[in-house]
Write a protein that binds this ligand. Structure first.
Ligand SMILES: [Zn+2]
Length: 334
């Protein structure tokens, strides 16, 4: 690995952090259990993944595999330390690892907030029953201090290498977090608590728009609520995804929803308060008439909402780029 030296000299904290690049973040971790069918079963049931190659040896054999395989997305679960170790780690003294030392420096400097920002996984081969995995984690990149919507912070990237009992690398992962200073993120001209002026929606965190969901946000800008429909089996799905979860077709078209539905569930948030939102903040899960569900803010008083309540879309433009559906109590049809 090469570490380039750049002229960002004034940030002494960055210099201290950069010394950790290239170090092993934590000792090599070994999976508590080999890859096994009961854990695969729990995972695919929780994820509602019906691909038979994960549980049915005959179906796996019909696709040329030697036996069932684990879903690739289970990768990190095999290396989880488990509840007891997690609890012990929290109550005991901090571990003497490079990662712990680096995070302690950040904590002391006030960079106590953490959010995961990127997770890229590369799979070299499928995992089979009996594979005994281990994981090596190296700190590979630390950004200079960046100003972000959450406050100033540092992006920390670790590279995880997953290998089996024969030292064969089966997968790699690049995992990035942002460590930020929440105290410094508050706007200078924050209204006092006595001033209940409505929050500026332009301050809201922006949704992550990707190639897979940009059509949905483009339609929303035109105040159209659309749903992805599979070309092959016709089923509808939301939120947007590249492949049909039922038949795995990549071909789809969009249909325009009526914008009517009923409240399946809801939650009223009081604390903590994020910038750009008005509190109490009522968020509803709507059963749309078309059969898919939608999460949206509720435009109205929290006390109005009840499960089963008929609702309809009420669009709100946050800025030129972002228009999102909210819902309101459905008005009587004439
Ligand atoms: Zn389909």
């Amino acid at each position: 690995m090469t570490t380039t030296t750049t002229a960002t000299g004034e940030d002494a904290l960055f210099q201290a952090l950069r010394a950790f690049v290239g170090q092993e973040a934590t000792p090599v971790r070994h999976a508590q259990d080999p890859v096994n069918r009961p854990m695969i079963r729990h995972f695919v049931e929780a994820m509602d993944d019906e691909n038979p190659v994960y549980l049915d040896p005959e179906a796996a054999a019909a696709t040329g595999r030697d036996g069932i395989v684990a879903p690739p997305a289970m990768l990190s679960t095999w290396l989880m330390v488990g509840y007891r170790a997690h609890r012990a780690a929290r109550s005991g003294p901090p571990a003497d690892t490079a990662m712990a030392r680096m995070l302690a420096i950040l904590d002391e400097a006030g960079f106590t907030g953490v959010v995961a920002t990127n997770d890229e996984q590369t799979y070299h081969r499928e995992l089979r029953e009996g594979d005994q995995l281990s994981m090596r984690t190296v700190i590979v990149e630390i950004s200079p201090r960046k100003q972000t919507g959450l406050g100033p912070g540092y992006f920390i990237t670790t590279a995880r290498t997953y290998f089996d009992q024969h030292e064969e690398v089966v997968a790699e992962q690049r995992f990035r977090i942002l460590r930020f200073s929440p105290a410094a993120s508050r706007p200078v001209a924050e209204p006092s608590p006595a001033d209940p002026s409505p929050a500026d929606p332009a301050q809201r965190p922006k949704p992550l728009v990707t190639r897979d969901n940009e059509f949905w946000f483009a339609a929303a800008r035109q105040r159209r609520l659309v749903i992805q429909a599979c070309d092959a089996c016709g089923r509808l799905r939301h939120p947007p995804s590249p492949a049909c979860p039922h038949c795995r077709s990549f071909d789809w078209h969009e249909v325009t929803a009526s914008g009517r539905g009923s409240v399946h569930s809801f939650v009223v948030g009081h604390h903590p308060k994020a910038p750009g939102f008005d509190y109490p903040l009522t968020v509803v899960l709507v059963d749309l008439e078309e059969g898919t569900r939608l999460v949206a803010d509720f435009a109205g008083e929290p006390a109005e909402v009840h499960i089963g309540m008929p609702v309809e879309i009420d669009w709100l433009a946050y800025d030129d780029e972002l228009t999102l559906p909210r819902v309101r109590a459905r008005r009587e049809e004439v």
